[in-house]
Design a protein around this ligand. Structure first.
Ligand SMILES: [Zn+2]
Length: 372
């Protein structure tokens, strides 16, 4: 029997697992919820191999080893969600051909997909590679606690599979933009706006001069964007503003662009006499640039998909994932291997049930190939 047929038969049981996991709500930083999900994952995956649990400031991080053959492969899953507890009227709901719930698509449902892929390979006597599975609690808030673990494991791996959601049309993800966050602070001099305004240096005015210069660093051809999306300054309307800052979101396809923009930001010069500028911040996630080895991994996945009747393209996306960290280390990385669905980060987040067996069989096929 091939995995697809096995998974079609097993779909009701798979959905029961998904209901159990989704029903444990786990928004980022909600430590009791995260611990309950970690318990569930630990219990279920320990049937496949040893699971090591590390308590981090953002919640438990789980590392499962599953002995196999062939390449050493790292699989990345995060189990935090963006949805505060109680934001769904019913935490799990099947309606028509879709299953709804917090994180069902991004990406707790995909943890069940992974569990079933491995379970299927084992039941059918098929091979999988030497696996390390990481389940992290803080992807949605920047992976600060998990990043060192992800990078350490990636350095020992020959390939990384990321179980984030695919593109809206079902394509896999081979490139993601890098994400930077910068704060530019202007400092001037306070003075009484009524009595001696000429003695002041207005930091808000200084910042107003700088913002068009910052945005002018965008490059449409390179896909580089800068969004000045948060701003604050001043103390009272009758005081010349002594300080003001703006926070800027930077997105880049390449490391070269990240460096160009960062250098330009640091070289900004004040316009008003007596004003000064400070630039803080940096790249949170480096860009995931598709290396030849990553594209080879994608080609293999595309062929596996074809045998299952899936036409898979190589997608590029502006948002980051933990795959950005591993790709930046030069480890071939394939992202977007999760279930087909829609509305990530929205109250209508769901997965499309008829494609669950196919997407899980795709993962089985990729793992079989990596065991050769
Ligand atoms: Zn995600």
């Amino acid at each position: 029997m091939r995995p697809l047929a096995y998974l079609q038969t097993g779909l009701p049981a798979l959905l029961r697992d998904m209901e159990a996991l989704i029903s444990l709500e786990s928004p980022s930083r909600h430590l009791p919820g995260l611990a309950a999900v970690a318990d569930w994952i630990e219990t279920r995956f320990s049937a496949l191999g040893p699971v090591e649990r590390t308590e981090t400031s953002n919640g438990p991080l789980l590392k499962a080893r599953v002995a196999g053959r062939g390449r050493r492969v790292l699989v990345l899953c995060h189990y935090d969600t963006v949805h505060p507890v109680g934001s769904f009227p019913r935490v799990w709901r099947v309606e028509g051909e879709r299953a709804y719930g917090p994180g069902v698509y991004d990406m707790k449902g995909n943890i069940v997909q992974l569990l079933w892929a491995l379970h299927t390979l084992r039941r059918l006597g098929l091979a999988w590679p030497e696996l390390t599975l990481l389940f992290t609690p803080d992807e949605e808030i920047g992976s600060q606690a998990s990043r060192p673990f992800i990078e350490a494991e990636a350095r020992q791996s020959e390939a990384v599979l990321v179980l984030e959601a695919p593109m809206p049309n079902g394509d896999l993800k081979v490139a993601r933009k890098g994400v930077g966050l910068y704060r530019i602070t202007a400092r001037g001099r306070p003075a009484h706006q009524g009595v001696e305004p000429e003695k002041g240096v207005n930091a808000i005015l200084e910042l107003a001069h700088q913002i068009p210069r910052i945005v002018a660093l965008e490059d449409a051809k390179e896909g580089t964007t800068l969004g000045p999306n948060r701003i604050q300054g001043g103390t009272a309307t009758n005081v010349v503003a002594a300080e003001a800052w703006v926070e800027v979101d930077l997105r880049v396809w390449t490391m070269g662009e990240a460096q160009r923009v960062e250098q330009a930001l640091k070289a900004l010069q004040p316009v008003l006499p007596g004003a000064s500028l400070q630039v803080e911040g940096g790249l949170n996630r480096p860009p995931m640039e598709p290396s030849p080895a990553s594209l080879e991994l994608f080609e293999m996945a595309r062929r596996v998909g074809q045998e299952l009747g899936l036409e898979l393209g190589a997608g590029r996306v502006g948002g980051g994932s933990d795959g950005n960290f591993t790709a930046a280390l030069g480890v071939p990385t394939l992202d977007g291997l999760g279930l087909f669905g829609e509305a990530a980060h929205q109250p209508s987040e769901n997965v499309y049930i008829p494609q669950i067996p196919g997407r899980t069989a795709l993962l089985c096929g990729i793992l079989e190939e990596l065991a050769r």
